[in-house]
Design a binder for this molecule. Structure first.
Ligand code: NAG
Ligand code: NAG
Ligand code: NAG
Ligand code: NAG
Ligand code: NAG
Ligand code: NAG
Ligand code: NAG
Ligand code: NAG
Ligand code: NAG
Length: 574
C-alpha cells in the first residue's frame, strides 16, 4: 500500500462502477473519490511540537465539497498506531449503515496497517456537515468539514454569498489526547481539560507562539458572505461572535432555517450553524472569537479564548510592521445559560413541515452523569473520582458498553447472539425528581450493551430529560442516521400534561444534534425509515467514554428499498 497511486485508485474504482452496472446514476450527480491517509504528523502549537494524528498530514483535515445527490467514495488507510474509524457526521446513510463509522457500532475498527472504503450517497441534505474519527479520542485532531452545495441547477434559499468560509472550532491539548483519555479511564477521574481552543486549527492571538498564524477571514465593504461554523471541539459547548457584526442564521446541521439575527451563537460539539455576515462596518480588522459555555457548576474547564480576524480588504494599509489591533469582541459570561437558551430556541424550519403527529413509540430517556462505587479489588489509584469513586454516565440508568468481538450492526445483520440485548428501557427504571437534589442511592448506573428495537416506519418521540445526578449539565445529544424535529425545549422536569401544549408542530427545526439544556429537557420526533443500528449519544466525548449512549436497532421494512444493503466486501471485522 506504501506507494498506492491516487490516480490509479480513482480510475480503478471508476472502472468497477462502470462494469457493475448496478450503480444508479442521477441527473448530473457525481461520484467523488478521495483517499485519506491517517498518520502521525509533526504539528507545532503553543510553542511545542507533537506527533499529531492527521488525515493526509493536514490539521484540520481536508474539506470535502459535494452537491446534494452526489456520492462519496473515501478510501481510509490507517497508518497510525491506533484503531480508527471515520464518521460522516449528519449524513443520513440511507441503507448504508455500514459506512456510518462509530467503532463497534456499525463496524469494527480499521486496524493499524489496514484500509476501508466508505461509500455513500447524499440525498436531500444541503448545508454544512463534517467528518471525524469515531474511535477513542482521535477526533481531537482527525476532523474536517463536509460541505453539501445545492444540487446542480438549484440554489440557496438566500442571495448567493460573495464568499464562503468554513470555521471549524476545535480543542487542542498540549499532550497526546489519547494519553489524556487513557489516563482518565485508568484513574476514574475527569480527564485533563484542553489548553486551547482553535479556529481552523489555530489558537489565535491570545496564546503563546500563536499570533503569527492567526486565521484571517476576508470580507469587503458591502459584501454578504457565508460563514459555516462547526463545533468540532471534543468536550465543550462554545459561544461564538464577531466584533461589531450581526450574524443572520440561515441553516444548521445541513438543514435550512427561518433566518434570524443574533450577535452570538452557541454550538454544542457536533452542531453546525451557517450564518450570513454583511460587511457594513468601517473597513478595519475585527476579532472573531469563541470561548466556553460552561453549564456544569464547579467543574474545571478550559477558560481560554480562541480568535480569528475578520479583515476588510479595503482596510487602510498599516504602516510597515505596525499591524492594527483588531476591534475586540465581547462574549457572554461562561455560565450564561439565558443567552445559550435564547439562541437554541430561536430555530424554526423555513416553512411548515410534516411533523409526525400520531406516535407509535413514546420514549422517555434520562441523560446524565453517574458515579460508580469502587469494587473491593480496585486499587485506590483507579478510584480517583469524587470520594473514591469512578465517573460514569448513562441513559435510563444504562451505562453503555461497546462490544469488542462484533459490531452491533454485524451482529444484528447476521443474528449473532450474545453481543447485545434488545431490552433498553423505554422509560427510566425509577421515577424521581430528575432535576432536583437526587438521592445518592440513585447515582450508580448499570453497565450494559442494550439496544432499543424500532419497526421500520415507526413514528418515534423521545423526551430527553437531563438529570442533576452528580451535576446538571448541558448535553449535546446526537442521533446517527437521522435528522429529527425539535418540538420543544424547557427547564426542570418534563411534564407531559403541561409541556405537550408547548410543542411546535408547525415549523420545528430539523437537527441531528440537540443541546439538552442544563437541568432541563428536549423533545424530538423522527420516522424510523432508515434500517440499521444507530447510536444516539452525548457529543461531549468524555461522556461517551463514560457511557452516555444507547443505540436504536431499526428493522428492515418491505422489499429492497426499505432494507439495509449487504455489507461491503472490505468491511472490517474484529
Ligand atoms: C494531566 O494533568 C496533570 C496535572 O497537570 C499532569 O501531571 C498529567 O501529566 C496530565 N496528563 C496527561 C496525560 O497529559
Ligand atoms: C506564555 O509564556 C509566558 C512567558 O514564557 C508564560 O509566563 C505564560 O505562562 C505562558 N502562557 C501560557 C498560557 O502558556
Ligand atoms: C481562568 O482560570 C484561571 C485559573 O482558574 C484563572 O486564574 C483565570 O483568571 C481564568 N480566566 C478567565 C478569563 O476567567
Ligand atoms: C455565573 O457566574 C458568576 C460568577 O462568575 C456568578 O456570580 C453567577 O451567580 C453565576 N450564575 C449562575 C446562573 O450560575
Ligand atoms: C464526598 O464526601 C463528603 C464528606 O462525606 C460529602 O460532603 C460530599 O457530598 C461527598 N461528595 C460526593 C460527590 O459524594
Ligand atoms: C462476544 O463477546 C461477548 C462479551 O464478551 C460474549 O458474551 C459473547 O459470547 C461473544 N460472542 C461471540 C459470538 O463470540
Ligand atoms: C441534598 O440531599 C442530601 C441528602 O438528602 C443533603 O444532605 C444535602 O444537603 C442536599 N443538598 C442540597 C443542595 O439541598
Ligand atoms: C440504577 O440501577 C442501580 C442498580 O439497580 C440502582 O442502584 C440505582 O438506584 C439506579 N438508579 C437510577 C437513577 O435508576
Ligand atoms: C482494536 O480493535 C480490535 C478489534 O478489531 C480490538 O480487539 C482491540 O482491543 C482494539 N485495540 C484497542 C487498543 O482498543
Amino acid at each position: 500500500m506504501e506507494a498506492f497511486n491516487n490516480n490509479a485508485w480513482c480510475s480503478f474504482l471508476f472502472g468497477v462502477l462502470l462494469l457493475s452496472g448496478s450503480f444508479v446514476v442521477f441527473a448530473n450527480a457525481e461520484t467523488h473519490y478521495h483517499e485519506f491517509i491517517v498518520q502521525a504528523t509533526k504539528v507545532k502549537r503553543l510553542c511545542k511540537t507533537h506527533n499529531t494524528i492527521t488525515v493526509n498530514g493536514q490539521y484540520p483535515g481536508p474539506t470535502l465539497e459535494i452537491n446534494d445527490g452526489d456520492t462519496l467514495v473515501v478510501k481510509v488507510t490507517n497508518k497510525a498506531r491506533y484503531n480508527l474509524t471515520i464518521h460522516w457526521h449528519g449524513i443520513r446513510q440511507m441503507r448504508t449503515a455500514w459506512a456510518d463509522g462509530p467503532e463497534f457500532v456499525t463496524q469494527c475498527p480499521i486496524r493499524p496497517g489496514s484500509s476501508y472504503t466508505y461509500r455513500f450517497t447524499v440525498q436531500g441534505q444541503e448545508g454544512t456537515l463534517w467528518w471525524h474519527a469515531h474511535s477513542s479520542w482521535l477526533r481531537a485532531t482527525v476532523y474536517g468539514a463536509l460541505i453539501i452545495h445545492p444540487a446542480a441547477g438549484s440554489s440557496y434559499p438566500f442571495t448567493k454569498p460573495m464568499r464562503e468560509n468554513v470555521l471549524l472550532l476545535g480543542e487542542w491539548w498540549d499532550a497526546n489526547p489519547i494519553d489524556v483519555v487513557r489516563e482518565a479511564t485508568r484513574t476514574g477521574a475527569a480527564p485533563n481539560v484542553s489548553n486551547a481552543y482553535t479556529i481552523n486549527g489555530q489558537p489565535g492571538d491570545f496564546y503563546n507562539c500563536s499570533r503569527k498564524d492567526t486565521v484571517i477571514v476576508p470580507i469587503d465593504a458591502g459584501e454578504t458572505n457565508l460563514l459555516r461554523v462547526i463545533n468540532a471541539a471534543l468536550n465543550q459547548e462554545l459561544f461564538f461572535t464577531v466584533a461589531n457584526h450581526m450574524l443572520t442564521v440561515v441553516g444548521a446541521d445541513a438543514s435550512y432555517t427561518k433566518p434570524f439575527t443574533t450577535n452570538v451563537l452557541m454550538l454544542g460539539p457536533g452542531q453546525t450553524t451557517d450564518v450570513l455576515i454583511l460587511g457594513n462596518q468601517v473597513p478595519a480588522r475585527y476579532y472573531i472569537a469563541a470561548r466556553a459555555y460552561q453549564s456544569a457548576q464547579g467543574a474545571p474547564f478550559d477558560n481560554t479564548t480562541t480568535t480569528a480576524i475578520l479583515e476588510y480588504k479595503s482596510a487602510p494599509c498599516p504602516a510597515k510592521g505596525l499591524i492594527s489591533t483588531p476591534v475586540s469582541a465581547t462574549l457572554p459570561a461562561f455560565n450564561d445559560t439565558n443567552t445559550a437558551n435564547t439562541f437554541t430556541t430561536s430555530f424554526r424550519s423555513p416553512k411548515q413541515v410534516a411533523v409526525p403527529i400520531t406516535i407509535d413509540e413514546s420514549l422517555f430517556f434520562t441523560v446524565g452523569l453517574g458515579l460508580f462505587n469502587c469494587p473491593k479489588n480496585f486499587h485506590s489509584s483507579r478510584c480517583q473520582g469524587p470520594n473514591g469513586t469512578r465517573f460514569g454516565a448513562s441513559m435510563n440508568n444504562v451505562s453503555f458498553v461497546l462490544p469488542s468481538n462484533f459490531s452491533l450492526l454485524q451482529a444484528a445483520h447476521q443474528g449473532i447472539p450474545g453481543v447485545f440485548t434488545t431490552d433498553f428501557p423505554a422509560n427510566p427504571p425509577v421515577t424521581f425528581d430528575y432535576t432536583g437534589n437526587v438521592s445518592r442511592a440513585l447515582w450508580q448506573p448499570v453497565p450494559a450493551t442494550k439496544v432499543y428495537k424500532l419497526k421500520f416506519g415507526s413514528r418515534v418521540q423521545v423526551v430527553l430529560q437531563g438529570t442533576n445526578i452528580f451535576t446538571g449539565e448541558n448535553h449535546p445529544i446526537h442521533l446517527h442516521g437521522y435528522d429529527f424535529y425539535v418540538l420543544a425545549i424547557g427547564f426542570g422536569n418534563f411534564n407531559p400534561q403541561t409541556d405537550s401544549a408547548k410543542f411546535n408542530l408547525v415549523d420545528p427545526p430539523l437537527r441531528n444534534t440537540i443541546a439538552v439544556p442544563v437541568s432541563g429537557w428536549a423533545v424530538i420526533r423522527f420516522v424510523a425509515d432508515n434500517p440499521g443500528v444507530w447510536i444516539m449519544h452525548c457529543h461531549l466525548d468524555v461522556h461517551i467514554t463514560w457511557g452516555l449512549s444507547m443505540a436504536f436497532l431499526v428493522e428492515n421494512g418491505v422489499g429492497k428499498l426499505q432494507s439495509l444493503e449487504p455489507p461491503p466486501a472490505d468491511y472490517p471485522v474484529c
